[in-house]
Design a binder for this molecule. Structure first.
Ligand SMILES: [Zn+2]
Length: 317
């Protein structure tokens, strides 16, 4: 009997998460098996961990139709990880070839945010929409897109690097080597930086208190916590942050005209704080806002499993 189950593994900054799903998965709770391991920072160890996860999942589910891996960074169409922010010591790692050799079967490999887009489109917040842009707002910004009902990865597999769209050529430096990339403002670390700047100006007393009294320790979650209490300074930072998020979404709308944006990553947990201000700024910044439908704005539904579920759904090689 042919198996309709698939293995997907997401290589995260701190952990590798492996899942088994049914091919016809239509609910995130349809995950059949799951395991996790810390992410190592070395080629051989990473391949060992990935092979170990596959072996462990195959003990629980002996027959699977395909195996997929999602990883952050530039991934070529034939499954080579060119460079990755989460595993900085790893460059030009042929995950598809070398992992495939170790486990004796083909492995599909894709960018993690592309995998998240695939998962949210098939199973999550973007279900039913064939023109969808996924944005993952974490430490940086990842992106993936489905246009006309097809997953779009570009000529080389590198489509969706929205975080490095430059929104201010004179802005702060980005680890990619350029200045003023969108992710310097609209990611989790961007939110923290906006907050620290405001805190140095003495405008965020409650947020600094929540962070333990040290401006340098202010992070996004402290802003969120103070905003939940209704702190005006924190809400002002959230509004400024929302403007930067909306600016990127407006640029993407001008380029791609999607039906829906799905916002994921760690910030999705504070969705209720961000939704209204992002929508308001989006309306103010959009070209010809009264003459067009606005794309829907949704927050991701699959949480930390999105990348792994999407990796499992990658087309088999
Ligand atoms: Zn950059």
């Amino acid at each position: 009997m042919t198996s309709h189950r698939r293995i997907g593994i997401d290589v995260g900054g701190t952990k590798c998460l492996g899942v088994v799903v049914d091919d016809g998965v239509n609910d995130p709770d349809d995950v059949v098996a799951e395991t996790r391991q810390p992410t190592p920072h070395d080629d051989e160890e990473l391949l060992d961990v990935l092979a170990g996860i596959v072996a462990e999942l195959l003990v629980e589910v002996p027959e699977v139709a395909s195996i997929g891996v999602g990883a952050p960074g530039l991934i070529t169409l034939d499954g080579v990880l060119r460079s990755s922010p989460n595993v900085p010591d790893v460059t030009d790692l042929d995950i598809a070839g070398r992992l495939g050799e170790r486990i004796g079967r083909p492995v599909a490999v894709g960018n993690d945010a592309t995998c998240a887009a695939l998962a949210e489109w098939r199973v999550g917040a973007g279900r039913g929409h064939d023109d969808l842009v996924m944005i993952t707002l974490g430490t940086g910004i990842g992106g993936g897109l489905v246009l006309g009902g097809r997953l779009v990865v570009g000529r080389n597999g590198f489509a969706g690097e929205f975080g490095h769209m430059v929104v201010d050529p004179y802005g702060p430096p980005c680890p990619c080597g350029r200045r003023g990339c969108w992710e310097r403002y609209a990611s989790g670390s961007g939110l923290a930086q906006l907050a620290r700047t405001a805190a140095v100006g003495g405008r965020l007393r409650r947020v600094v208190q929540v962070a333990g009294g040290d401006v340098a320790l202010v992070r996004g979650e402290h802003v969120q916590a103070a905003a939940e209490e209704g702190d005006e300074g924190a809400l002002a930072v959230i509004d400024e942050f929302a403007r930067w998020v909306a600016l990127g979404l407006v640029n993407l709308t001008n380029a791609l005209d999607p039906a829906v944006f799905v916002l994921g990553g760690g910030l999705a947990e504070g969705a209720h704080l961000y939704l209204d201000p992002i929508q308001r700024w989006f309306g103010e910044l959009l070209y010809a806002p009264d003459l067009r439908p606005h794309p829907a704005l949704r927050f991701a539904e699959l949480g930390e499993r999105a990348g792994a579920i999407g990796a499992a759904l990658l087309p088999a090689t």
